[in-house]
Every structure is written in structure tokens, then in C-alpha cells.
Design a protein around this ligand. Structure first.
Ligand code: SF4
Length: 875
């Protein structure tokens, strides 16, 4: 009413909660008749959470209920956690003096000692924390209302992963074994930004359904809202659109780009810019493209699409904000509608629902739940915008953005909370105030995070004002001493920890990482001092090693149970009794259709499905010279790589392929060097580099290879016959004919009229030693192909074969020549080697042979002698 009145008489006036209270008190003070009327109306006044009231609220209460009115206030000074909003726990101690009885006597204070929430063990533990708090202590002795069992567990872990694994285990155990519904459990953390999201991911992965409601996070940190706000900010304050913001927007649901798409977009923009003589880095080009999408028309459509979408949304926001009288709601609505996210997320929620079993269905359900959460967050954003417009009619969108980005805590919500469903609640300790659950986990209680003793202040310094009023700082406004501020902060943090631990009805688990306690590390993490305070005195010690270290038990999942039973059955050291019990349990699970329980599912026990050779006798075996070396070195690696195990092409291979392609233009040394370099430059951006900063060095390497090739060509005495010449020739054999196929980089004619095959190598190291060269399989296979008539149109006499190393750090290309096969003691060695390779490739068994390349083998996780592939078939 005040806001409406002032908006009509004085224009736009803003009121926050505290200001409304203050203004109401002002109105009543100015109007004795109104005050008297209000006091007559109120017979009893009840105040909840007295310890969290601020001076303005106390002032208003004094006006309407002071002077002997019937006032009943409830307080627990140990749980006051809103000093930053001006709350002062010491108000509890002075309350009975300030609100005296009608006769002027000090009002009576009653300590309530019966605790209806929990049992003895929990009360004793949280009481130990409370004892460390300053202030009145008369209320702290508590006894449980009934004999209920309660339990407290404090555990530290070596890593955050084991910590979240244990938390998941405890929650699953409580749900599956003790029957506690998910919704009667909660996990509390201190820091929204540092802890909430990572813990939620870990619990999801462990199959614990969790819910983080929109109001648990500050609005601007919510994943669904952050991109919308960022987009508005970049649209209305163009200087804010830098490379980081551009990348965030592209990867957000508004843009939908993935890292590959971003890289391709950068490459496309850079290629266009270079063609126009613009050397700017791709980050700048990206930002420009979002401001003015004209350039994007020339980039391949699928890579340009995310940037076009963002550019269009920025234009929409600008246009909507430029309309006279447009409110932040109008601008937000225009962007939201244009984004198309509403339809997409609604589509997902239609498929969402309660958590089900594993598999694809569960994935869909999680996505549905996530979409639900995102939609809730956007609704909360629109609510906030609506309230903002109500309070500040006519305020610009930029002011709304400042308002939202300034919120460090979840905003107060006037909307009722949505049904949270059957899921574990994940929230901050501040948000947990006033709530309780059967099982509560307080996770990530690390020194430095909790207590967080960084000195901080609110925008208006209300906490210092409270100190001044309470006489803890001088009236001139000089800040209290550093020590005083820190100790007040420690008190506030301890009270917050007390609030968190007192949310539990039956079971409390408090966890932290103690990396130094088990071996130490450079970035060791220490458990908070609060963990020691929770422990019984006899167990408590200032030494962190004294805290119990947790071990991760077997996960309470069916696959983990099946694995343990199978181990018990197959372990020769297992006692017969245990084996029998495990086998009976497995039979029961197999009957119920649990995957992996039936021995038919145990791969190691199965007969080979097919023991025939890879190529039937009499059928030709296809051999390519470039794979011979791999097959002869380790036939298992060759087999697995050939059937899907080869890694994707690396950036170095991409550069090598480009140099090979450029070399096709270089028949001899007279070729125009500029033309080759232009060819490289024109296609370089198509290579996928791991990082953009590598582009300069890799391109220089490619150009250096071209120069080395040209200098080698200038000294090469042979005459070129063909470049990139494909061949296919059959080596006849009644049992096992061999189809030798491939492509040679260069086919040349030597001075004696014999054919020489040249293979260009672009790798950074020379892997062929001079000793290996004489029987190098690839070169030998080329010579065998020549002799078999693969290049019959040019002749069939081989003059040898050569590798030309271009990619090493040596200044000049190095030619490694293999002598003509006919010149050695065994003229038929090359053909025999090809046949031996064919035998290897056509076999029915393939051997793992340890060799110098095992370290970089892409299939070692499937290799029985690498130590990683063993578990598939062996106990
Ligand atoms: S790790 Fe070594 S032995 Fe095993 S498959 Fe790879 S190359 Fe062969």
C-alpha cells in the first residue's frame, strides 16, 4: 500500500522488507490515532525467531506491542544466522527488559528444556557445539521428550569422490534397508557455489534422487537463468560482450553449441578474416559475429547456427528494451519466447517423472526432472521481475540486472514451494533453517569453507550498525577491531553449523575431506574445527588424525552385489560353505532376471563363439603395406585397431595429411613454393587442433616440411613417374592368395631404368633405425608389389624403396633407402614377408606381444598382458 501510494504521489519509490517495516513504524509514529487503533486491535502478539529480528522489526514491535501488551516471543539465540541482515542474537537477552509487563516489571523468561525433535545422542553432540557459543547458556540443557534412538557419525575421507560416495551409500542404506523415504532425508552444505552442484552430480551418478529447488540458489547462479541474464546484460551493455561471455552464451541452452561446434565456428570465421587480410584472433571475431551476424552467412550453416541464434536473441532483447515504456518483464518475455526453450523443456518434462530403474528410461526421466527444475527457475525469474516492476515502476532493465546479480543468497519467495517429490533435498544450511528431516548429512565441512572467516560486509554495513548499537564499535562508526570482527564471524559460522546439525531427527552424518591425514598433498584439505567440537570429549582432539576416517563400503546396488557373489563363487580361497551360499543367492537373483547373475552371462566361462580363421582357406587375404609393420609387431593390436579400436586422427596426422596433399602438386623442385604454401594456408583451418594456440606452431611446421621437400627434390636424381599412385596386385598361392593393395606417394625411375617407390613421412620422430631399414616391412611390400607387376605400365624391376623423413626437427629431409630386393642374399625375402603377414592377418588366434609401443597402444585396456584387459576372462 505504501509503495502504491508513493508511486502515485511521488513517482517511483522502492521498498525492501526492512524499509517497509521502517516506513510502517514511521506512519504509526506520525499518526497517534492510527497507532492507538492498531494497539486496540491487537490483543496478543506472538514473535517467532526472535533471535533473527533486526532493529527495525524490534522498533515496530515496540510501537504496536510495547508498554505492557501481551507479547510472547520464542527464541533460540544459538541459531541466529542473519547478522548480515541486521539480526542481533543479544536482543534475546534484553527482550524481557525492553518489553516489560503492564506493571513495569521485567517480563518473565521461560526456558524450554524438552526437545521434541530428537534423541539423546544427537542432543549431546549438538550441545557440545552450542557450548562453544558466547551468550546466555541457561536454555541449553535439553532432554528428549521420549526415548528415541538417534545417532551421530563424523567421518573424514581422502578425496571428495570417496566422501560423496559414502554420503550416497548412507542415503541408499537408509532408504533401502531402513525404509526412510527419500523426501525425509537432506544433504546440507555451506557454500552454494563451491559445493552444491558437484555434490548433486555425484549423488545422481550413484542413483540417489535429489532435488535442489530454485529458491535454494541465488537466482543468477541457477543454470537455466544465468544465460538469460547474461544475454540481457550483453544486449543492453555491449561492452560486457567479451570472448568469455560469447563462449558462455554459445554453449548455453540458448546457443546449444558443443566444443567441436565452437572450434569449427572459430576456424570458419578466422579463415574468412584471413582471406580479407584481417589477422585478428578468433575470440574477437566471435564477439563481432554475435554483435553483427552478417559474417556468419559465409560460414557453414551448422557451425554458424548457434551464433546466429544468440545474435538474433541479442537483437530481440535490444529491440524490446528500446520500446517506450518497456518493463524488464516485457524484455525477458520477448527473449524467452524467441528462444524456443519453453517448447523444448516442456517436451522433456512430459517424458519426465519419478525416478525409475537404470538404463535409457532413467536417463530420460532425469532429463525430465532437470527440465522441470529449469522451468521452475525461469518461473522464479519472471516472479522476481514482476515484483521488481511492482516495486519500481519505470525502472530500467539494467537496474533489474544489478539487483539480481547483487543477490548472494536465494531470494525470499512469496510463491508457495512446489511439491518436491520423492527425492533427497539438497540445500544450503541457511535455507535449511526451520526445517527438519529424519536423516541429515552435513557434507564438505572443510576448514576455510566452514567457518568462512573472510571478512565481509553487506552493502549498507548493517552488521556494523548493529555493533555500534550494541556498543561493540564506537559511535563514530569506526569499525570494530579486526579480532572482534573475526570472532563475531566465527560465532555466526558456528551458529550456522549448529543450525545445520540440529535439523536431524534420527541420524546425523557430518563429513569432510582430510587429504593431509592420509599421505598429504600440495593442496591438502583439512576438516573443519567444528567436526572436533561435535565429537565426545574423550574422542576429541585438536589433531585432525583423531577424526574417524571413513572407508567406502560395497555400493548398495545390484551390480555390486552380483560382483561380490561371483567373486565368492569363483575364488579358490573361498570356504565351501560361503561358495554354496553365494551360489544359492546368485541362483535366486538369476531367477529374478538380474543381469550378470546367471553363469550364461559370465563371458569367461563361455565357449568361444567362433574359432574359425578370420579368412577361410583358399580365400584371398587383403594386405596393405602400411599396416604390415603393426600386424607383425602385435597381431592383437592390429586386429582390435582394425575393428574399431583405432584412435581418432590426431592434429599431427591432420597436418601430415595436408603436407601429403600439397606434395601432390610438387612434381619436382621447379614447382612454385608460394602455390604450395597458399594451398596449405587455404586448408589449414579445417584441421582439428586440440587448442587454438597450437595453430601458429603447427602451421610453421607444415611450411617447414614443404621447404624440406622442395630442397630434397632439388637433389633427388631420379625421374618422377607417378604421384599418389594406387595399385592392386595378387600374389598367387593355391592355399592363401594375397591381394596386395595400397597407394605410393611417389613412383620414380632410377638411372638404371628400375622402379623406386618413395614414401614421405611427416611424423615428428624417425621410428626406423638404419638396422631395421634393410627389412622394413612397408618398403619391402612396395618392392614385392613392383616385382609382382603392380606398376606393369612402367616396368617390374625394382631399384629399391625409400622413406623420406620430412617431419623431424632436422633442418633437411632425410632419405632412408632400402636396397633392391634382388641385390641381397635372400632375393625373395620381401614376398615371403608379405605372405607371413597374410598368415598372421588371416589366423584364428591373435597374440599380444609386448613391445616398445605398448605404452602408447590405444587398445591396451583390452589387452590381457597390459594388466587392464585381464579381468574380462580371468579371476
Ligand atoms: S598393449 Fe602391447 S601387447 Fe597389448 S595389444 Fe597393445 S601393443 Fe599389443
Amino acid at each position: 500500500m505504501l509503495a502504491l501510494r508513493d508511486a502515485t504521489t511521488r513517482g517511483s519509490v522502492a521498498y525492501d522488507n526492512a524499509e517497509l517495516v521502517r516506513a510502517a513504524a514511521g506512519l504509526l509514529s506520525d499518526d497517534p490515532e492510527l497507532l492507538a487503533q492498531e494497539r486496540r486491535r491487537l490483543e496478543h502478539v506472538y514473535v517467532d525467531e526472535l533471535a533473527d529480528t533486526d532493529p527495525a522489526q524490534m522498533g515496530l514491535l515496540s510501537l504496536v506491542a510495547g508498554g505492557g501488551k501481551r507479547v510472547v516471543a520464542f527464541a533460540d539465540p544459538d541459531s541466529s544466522t542473519y547478522a548480515f541482515r541486521g539480526a542481533d542474537p543479544t536482543a534475546v537477552g534484553t527482550f524481557t527488559h525492553r518489553f516489560r509487563t503492564a506493571s513495569g516489571a521485567v517480563a518473565p523468561a521461560v526456558n524450554l528444556h524438552t526437545n521434541y525433535r530428537t534423541g539423546g545422542e544427537l542432543l549431546a553432540a549438538t550441545g557440545r557445539v552450542a557450548r562453544r557459543l558466547r551468550g546466555p547458556a541457561g536454555h541449553r540443557a535439553q532432554t528428549p521428550a521420549a526415548e528415541v534412538t538417534s545417532a551421530v557419525e563424523v567421518r573424514t575421507f581422502r578425496t571428495g569422490t570417496s566422501e560423496s560416495g559414502y554420503v550416497a551409500h548412507v542415503l541408499r542404506q537408509a532408504h533401502l534397508l531402513d525404509g526412510v523415504p527419500w523426501s525425509r532425508m537432506a544433504v546440507l552444505v555451506r557454500s552454494t557455489v563451491l559445493q552444491l552442484a558437484s555434490l548433486q552430480r555425484a549423488l545422481h551418478a550413484a542413483g540417489v534422487p535429489t532435488v535442489t529447488q530454485a529458491e535454494d540458489l541465488p537466482l543468477h547462479l541457477q543454470p537455466a537463468v544465468a544465460p538469460l541474464l547474461l544475454l540481457l546484460r550483453c544486449a543492453l551493455e555491449p561492452d560486457r560482450l567479451d570472448e568469455e561471455a560469447a563462449v558462455s552464451l554459445l554453449h548455453s541452452p540458448l546457443g546449444g553449441a558443443d566444443p567441436l561446434g565452437e572450434r569449427r565456428l572459430r576456424q570458419g570465421l578466422r579463415a574468412l578474416a584471413l582471406a580479407g587480410g584481417d589477422p585478428r584472433p578468433s575470440g574477437e571475431l566471435l564477439v563481432d559475429a554475435l554483435r553483427d551476424p552478417a559474417e556468419l552467412a559465409a560460414v557453414e550453416r551448422r557451425w554458424a547456427a548457434p551464433a546466429k541464434a544468440i545474435a538474433a536473441l541479442i537483437a530481440t532483447a535490444k529491440e524490446a528494451a528500446a520500446n517506450p515504456g518497456a518493463t524488464v518483464e516485457d524484455v525477458l518475455w520477448a527473449v524467452w519466447r524467441a528462444s524456443g526453450l519453453a517448447e523444448r523443456w516442456y517436451g522433456l518434462t512430459a517424458r519426465g517423472g519419478p525416478v525409475g530403474d537404470a538404463g535409457e528410461e532413467r536417463g530420460l526421466q532425469w532429463r525430465g526432472v532437470a527440465a522441470d527444475r529449469d522451468l521452475d527457475a525461469v518461473v522464479a525469474l519472471f516472479d522476481t521481475a514482476a515484483r521488481f516492476v511492482d516495486r519500481l515502476p519505470g525502472a530500467r532493465t539494467e537496474i533489474f540486472l544489478d539487483h539480481v546479480f547483487g543477490q548472494e543468497l536465494p531470494a525470499d519467495s512469496i510463491a508457495p514451494s512446489a511439491d518436491r517429490g520423492e527425492a533427497v533435498r539438497l540445500l544450503t544450511a541457511h535455507a535449511a533453517k526451520g526445517l527438519e528431516w529424519d536423516v541429515v548429512v552435513v557434507a564438505g565441512v572443510q576448514e576455510g569453507i566452514w567457518p568462512d572467516l573472510r571478512l565481509r560486509g553487506s552493502l549498507l554495513g548493517s552488521e556494523r550498525l548493529v555493533d555500534v548499537l550494541a556498543g561493540r564499535a564506537d559511535a563514530a562508526g569506526v569499525a570494530a577491531s579486526l579480532v572482534g570482527q573475526t570472532s563475531a564471524l566465527l560465532d555466526e559460522e558456528r551458529r550456522l553449523f549448529y543450525v545445520a546439525t540440529t535439523r536431524a531427527r534420527r541420524r546425523l552424518l557430518v563429513t569432510a575431506v582430510a587429504s593431509a591425514a592420509v599421505g598429504g598433498s600440495d593442496h591438502e584439505e583439512q576438516p573443519s574445527r567444528f567436526l572436533h567440537e561435535l565429537m565426545p570429549v574423550s574422542e576429541s582432539d585438536e589433531d585432525a588424525d583423531e577424526l574417524p576416517v571413513g572407508r567406502l563400503p560395497r555400493a548398495l546396488t545390484l551390480p555390486a552385489l552380483v560382483a561380490e557373489l561371483r567373486t565368492a563363487v569363483t575364488d579358490p580361497a573361498s570356504p565351501a560353505e560361503r561358495k554354496r551360499a553365494a551360489a544359492a543367492e546368485l541362483a535366486r537373483l538369476a531367477l529374478a532376471g538380474v543381469p550378470g547373475a546367471h553363469p550364461n552371462d559370465w563371458w569367461g566361462l563361455r565357449e568361444l563363439s567362433d574359432d574359425r580363421p578370420l579368412v577361410d582357406e583358399g580365400e584371398p587375404v587383403k594386405v596393405t603395406p602400411s599396416t604390415m609393420e603393426s600386424a607383425l609387431r602385435c597381431s592383437l593390436r592390429w586386429l582390435l585397431e582394425r575393428h574399431g579400436g583405432s584412435p581418432p586422427a590426431s592434429a599431427a596426422q591432420g597436418v601430415g595429411n595436408l603436407v601429403h596433399a600439397a606434395a601432390m602438386l610438387a612434381e619436382d623442385a621447379t614447382v612454385d613454393r608460394g602455390q604450395l604454401l597458399e594451398y596449405i594456408a587455404g586448408r589449414f583451418d579445417a584441421i582439428e587442433l586440440a587448442a587454438q594456440w597450437m595453430a601458429g606452431a603447427e602451421r610453421a611446421r607444415a611450411e617447414a616440411m614443404v621447404d624440406k621437400l622442395l630442397r630434397w627434390l632439388a637433389t633427388n636424381p631420379r625421374r618422377l613417374l607417378a604421384i599418389e599412385h594406387e595399385f592392386a596386385v595378387r600374389l598367387a598361392d593355391p592355399l592363401r592368395p594375397v591381394d596386395l593393395t595400397g597407394r605410393v606417394d611417389r613412383l620414380e625411375l632410377d638411372a638404371d631404368g628400375r622402379l623406386v617407390v618413395v614414401d614421405l613421412k611427416t611424423g615428428k620422430t624417425t621410428s626406423v633405425t638404419e638396422a631395421e631399414l634393410a627389412e622394413h616391412p612397408q618398403l619391402g611390400a612396395y618392392q614385392a608389389a613392383v616385382e609382382a607387376g603392380a606398376f606393369a605400365e612402367h616396368g617390374d624391376e625394382t631399384g629399391g624403396a625409400s622413406l623420406v623423413q620430412l617431419g623431424t626437427t632436422a633442418k633437411e629431409a632425410k632419405e632412408q633407402a632400402q636396397a633392391a630386393v634382388g641385390e641381397g642374399e635372400e632375393p625373395g625375402w620381401a614376398g615371403a614377408l608379405v605372405r607371413r603377414t597374410a598368415e598372421t592377418m588371416a589366423a584364428s588366434t591373435f597374440h599380444a606381444v609386448a613391445n616398445s609401443r605398448c605404452r602408447v597402444c590405444p587398445v591396451r585396456s583390452s589387452c590381457p598382458i597390459s594388466g587392464k584387459g585381464r579381468q574380462v576372462v580371468e579371476p
